[in-house]
Design a protein around this ligand. Sequence first.
Ligand code: NOJ
Length: 530
Amino acid sequence: MSPDGPWWRHAVIYQVYVRSFADSDGDGIGDLPGVRSRLAYLRDLGVDALWLNPFYPSPQADAGYDVSDYRDVDPRFGTLADADALIADAHAHGLRIIVDLVPNHTSDRHPWFRAALAAPPGSRERARYLFRDGGGPDGSAPPNNWMSNFGGRAWTRVTEADGSPGQWYLHLFAPEQPDLDWTNDEVRAEFHDILRFWLDRGVDGFRIDVAHGLAKDPEMPDLGAGYATGGQAVEGHPHWDLDEVHDVYRGWRRIADAYPGDRTFVGEIWVADPARLARYLRPDELHTAFNFTFLVAPWEAGALRAAVDESMTELAEVGAPATWVLSNHDVTRHVTRYGGGAVGVRRARAAALLMLALPGGAYVYQGEELGLPEVEDLPGEVRQDPTFHRTGGIEPGRDGCRVPLPWSGTEPSYGFGPGAASWLPQPAGWAELTVERQAGDPSSMLSLYREALRHRAALPALGAGTLTWLPAGGDVLAFGRDPGFVCVVNAGDRPAAAPPGVRDARLLLASGPVGDDGTLPPDTAAWYTT
Ligand code: NOJ
């Protein structure tokens, strides 16, 4: 083991959104052989592990987060043999593999849900999900006022086997994603078995979807004023972040700990209070969680520093490392969030150096190393996210951050697949952003990520550990990492003088042109050794 502890305490993990990464067979949808063919790129980028979004058999009502078989691979993405080959090849390239586990809900085509629909109210088959009688004299009112995260209500009424209008079932996401009842022993046992299935195949860990959502208040009270369906949950919510959920993770941790090789869990946990987040990372629960407090912070020195401080203080209480995240497949890409255009790119470059210098691990969402912006002008007809459709287009949805990667050439699909096909259209301007174009350009975003990751791997100061804030004025953040490293970020829109501590330090890497006297241009970060 390295002096920094097990790998997950300091790893840089690259998120592979499989359907948009690389397409091996020309159907316009990325697949596991496509990922396998690009492992050398990921190794050379310098990341430690890959997190693969769901590739299991699924009707794709929510891009694979509606799983109909947890122990196989969807033919669109390959075969189980392809998954095995990818795991083996990734390991041979020195890359670990984290797979996505979706325990809050199944697909409505999962054999369990089909059986539940065919069985009567009160049956063992229905008890695996959250079926309830409706309100009003004829049961035609939904059991409560909960809303789906994707818009519309969170309940759908079924037709019973005899053709009569029947019970309602809960779906916190799309109607095609019925929620499981996690008080049910069969549900718990099934997921223990699914964990073992993938651990036996050699995966290094799991990303847990909606990890804060598995337990629901059994009384199912209405959602009160002041509580929202989406965003980061606050305490007292009837279906997010209930205390009962922790017991599930204690059981999972015991399973993972029985395997060799530091298998790990990372939770997708949207809670507002970092202290509540830390509860999931107690020593007998999950190992890490995505740090959404950092992700949602605006590009502003005070807000960024507060996000770093809050996260680190609370996680230290439970001995867990932070994981820093700027983008993923559910949020607007940060080049665009930070202002778009040249300003957005400049800030994204600085943010990368900030993130990779902070203590703990980090996530890189595919394409952020190319500086891809959100594609905001996708026409409605090509959009596939249920959020877009369930809100009648009021919410644009998440397709704009899921457009297939540009690898090479000057025309779509820019090397994504063997032909022109890509499941979402790629913008014409992406010829400038291909891997091929950026690889040879020392000033590109790709070169910045490669350099930063190379230094990060070589410098004992980076990765696990702590930070010390250094005095710096106004819009400037400066912190030291031991031994002998300083990161300075000017998040303001005016040049800033170098803080006193770094005037004699050696400049290692910068996201923009630093002056000879150490002056940092606006929206620029720099790394120094001291
Ligand atoms: C979070 C996933 O990241 C998102 O893509 C999905 O739609 C929801 N969970 C529901 O599974």
